[in-house]
Every structure is written in C-alpha cells, then in structure tokens.
Design a protein around this ligand. Structure first.
Ligand code: NAD
Length: 359
C-alpha cells in the first residue's frame, strides 16, 4: 500500500505528522505494510523547486495508491506570484484532476454538542451526514464562460452543464456509500427551475432501481440548506452537483463545531490516484504553535484506509480511538469548553494513537 504523503504548508505539516503516527500504529498493530513517500507541495515546493507541484511530486503521486495531503497556501506570500501560479490552483487542481466524487462527512460527535453553533436540543443525538459532491462538472467548468460584451454593455456568463454519464457515476458512488450506512440517500437539486437539475433528478431516480435497499428522497437545494440547520439528524447521505455541494458541504461542516474535525476524500475511476485531505487550509494564524487540531487529518487517514485499501476494521479502530479521546474530555484549543483544559497537536495525536485497539 503505497501512500504519497504531502504535508504542504502551515498546519498541514503539523497535522499530517499526527496522522502518520496513527497510521504507523495501525500498521504495527494490524500487521499491515504502508510504504510512505513524502513529497514537496505548496509554498514549501515553490521554495525548493520554483513550482507548487514539482514533476517529482506528481510522479510520486501517480505511482502511489493514495495521496495523503495536508494543506497548502500562505496569504502573506500570495502577492509574490500571479494567481494562476499560486499553490491552491496549481497543486489542488493538479492533483484532483479527474477525481469526480468528493466525499465530505460532517459528523458532530455527541461529546462535542457544546461546541456546535446549533442549540443542544437540535443536535443532542449528534449529527452524521455524508455529502457526496460532484466535482468535475457543472457551473465551474461549463462553456461558454467568462466576460461578455454586447452593444457596449458588459456582462459575464457561466454555464451549468451535465451529461447523463456524469450524473450516473456520481449517483452510483452515493448509493454505494448509503448502502454501507443507514441506507438513506437524499438527492439535492433545483429541478423546479434548472434543466440540469431536471435531468439530474431523472437520472438519479433511474439509478435508484439498482439499489432497491436504499431509500431515495429529493430536496430542492434551498430547502436542503434550511433542513441541514433545522433538523440535521434527518440526513444520512446527500448527493448533489458541484456548486450546490460546495455550499452545502461548508454549511454542514459548521455542524461539527470546528474545521479541525472534518476529513474528505476525492475519488475517481482508477486512472487517477485518490486524494485525501482534511477540509481545512494551512491556518497561518495558528501555524507553528502546536495548537492545531489533528483530528481532521487523522480521520482523513481512516477514510483513506476504508476507501483506497478496503481496511474497514482499521478505519473503525481509528474512528473509535478518536471517539474515546473526545469522550474522555481531551480537547485542542479550537474545541475546548470555557474553563476546560487544552492539549497540544502532538498530545492529541499521541492520545488517539495509544487508544488504537489492535486486532
Ligand atoms: P483555514 O481552514 O486555514 O482556517 C480557517 C480558520 O479555522 C482559522 O481561524 C484557523 O485557525 C481555523 N482552523 C483551521 N484548521 C484548524 C485546525 N486543524 N485546528 C484548529 N483550528 C483550525 O482557512 P483560511 O484561513 O481561509 O485559509 C488559510 C490558507 O489556507 C489560505 O492560503 C487558503 O488559500 C488555504 N486553503 C487551503 C486549502 C487546502 O489546501 N485544501 C483549503 C482551504 C484554504
């Protein structure tokens, strides 16, 4: 199992180190062999090689079975490179190219109800939603795109386009995911207005025939945005197109209480190496202080084991260790209750590592 490890910038370096600690413990405890190859990305790579995604890093990623990524970016240095050469577009778009399914679980651990911005009675049983976002189509890539000018009047156009195969493949990813969870899938669209959404609904409904064990419902995106706040516990898996998914997954991430808790995966069909990263960025405001929460990166490692290596038991062991540590009241600064005591990034990583129950 070859893993390309790309810590990147800022807290990426700190949290990936903890994820790796956990993976090494899993390897030892479960008798697995992970081959880690660390590579430069982001500003760290610009400094060393002049580009945010060096050829050597791209090669290592291509030759690996999974990419374990931290974060890239440093707003203080942005002015030194033109926007198109900065790490975010170069590294993220470069490595995610062709990966069409973005999986973003938004989980509010019951032990953290006090850090969720919603009232306790709404989230008392915790929240566990998986958002499956289509990542390579829709409004972000459709043509025509760009500025326009007609009869001296300036405007701009973006085009939402989807094809049946694009919708079918993401729907299948979502149905498969729902099958492994509570078997409920909510497809989110705007079929009362948008032609793309009407096609989306028709195709998702068609795919549902292959998954009779999964209960499919449909919601308009405006209603879905509201229900996520009103009754987040009602959702299991949500599948939606690129733009709606971008917005809803950020909204859902707030339910967890901190950016430092949530993992993500970008998956494709096998030609491109799957990409795993915590949802947060490089957090320059706290980088280098040893206070970042490593849980998002650690849960990202669990997602990688589950999706790329089919190591469900090992992934469960990591998730259960995180649960135990939170239940025991250990907190990094971002999730500490008023008056509570806080532990460092590496202490959090160590406490989770110690609790990995081996086979
Ligand atoms: P950010 O996610 O880095 O930080 C947002 C806020 O959340 C900050 O206050 C930060 O301290 C806090 N935070 C984030 N992760 C945390 C953690 N693990 N533990 C505790 N607190 C945490 O977003 P930003 O500030 O908008 O962006 C900073 C840089 O990261 C920018 O250069 C941006 O472009 C980049 N970025 C990169 C990625 C990526 O690599 N995928 C994603 C988002 C942003």
């Amino acid at each position: 199992m070859r893993i390309a490890v790309l810590p990147g910038d800022g807290i990426g370096v700190e949290v990936v180190a903890e994820g790796r600690k956990v993976l090494e413990r899993v390897a030892e405890g479960f008798g697995r062999r992970f081959e880690f190859t660390e590579a430069l990305v982001g500003w760290a790579a610009v400094d060393g090689t002049g580009t945010a995604l060096p050829d050597e890093t791209a090669r290592i990623c291509r030759e690996s079975d999974a990419i374990y990524f931290g974060a890239v970016g440093d707003p203080a240095r942005d002015a030194t490179l033109p926007p198109r050469e900065r790490p975010e577009p170069v590294a993220l778009l470069g490595l995610r190219k062709g990966l069409y399914a973005n999986l973003r679980p938004a989980i509010l651990n019951p032990a953290l109800v006090d850090v969720c911005p919603l009232r306790p009675e709404i989230v008392k049983d915790g929240v566990d939603v998986l958002i499956v976002r289509e990542l390579t189509g829709g409004l972000y890539y459709g043509k025509p795109k760009g500025p326009t000018e007609h009869d001296g009047v300036r405007g701009a156009v973006d085009t939402m386009v989807y094809t049946v195969p694009e919708i079918e493949r993401i729907a299948r990813v979502a149905f498969e995911a729902a099958r492994k969870r509570k078997k409920r899938l909510c497809s989110v669209d705007k079929a009362n207005i948008l032609a793309c959404s009407q096609l989306w609904r028709e195709v998702v409904t068609g795919v549902a025939k292959d998954y009779p064990d999964v209960a499919l419902t449909h919601l308009y995106v405006d209603n879905a945005a509201m229900q996520l706040i009103r009754n987040p516990g009602s959702f299991d898996v949500i599948v939606t197109e690129n733009t709606f998914g971008d917005i809803l997954s950020d909204e859902a991430s707030m339910l967890a209480g901190s950016m430092g808790l949530l993992p993500s995966a970008c998956l494709g069909d096998g030609d491109v190496t799957p990409f795993y990263e915590p949802i947060h960025g490089s957090a320059p405001d706290i980088a280098g202080k040893g206070i970042a929460n490593p849980i998002a990166a650690i849960l990202t490692a669990a997602m990688m084991l589950r999706h790329s290596f089919n190591l469900g038991r090992e992934a469960d062991a990591i998730e259960s260790a995180v649960d135990q540590v939170l239940k025991a009241g250990h907190r990094t600064a971002d999730i500490v209750s008023p008056g509570g005591s806080r532990i460092s990034t590496s202490e959090m990583g160590s406490r989770i590592t110690e609790r990995i129950a081996v086979a």
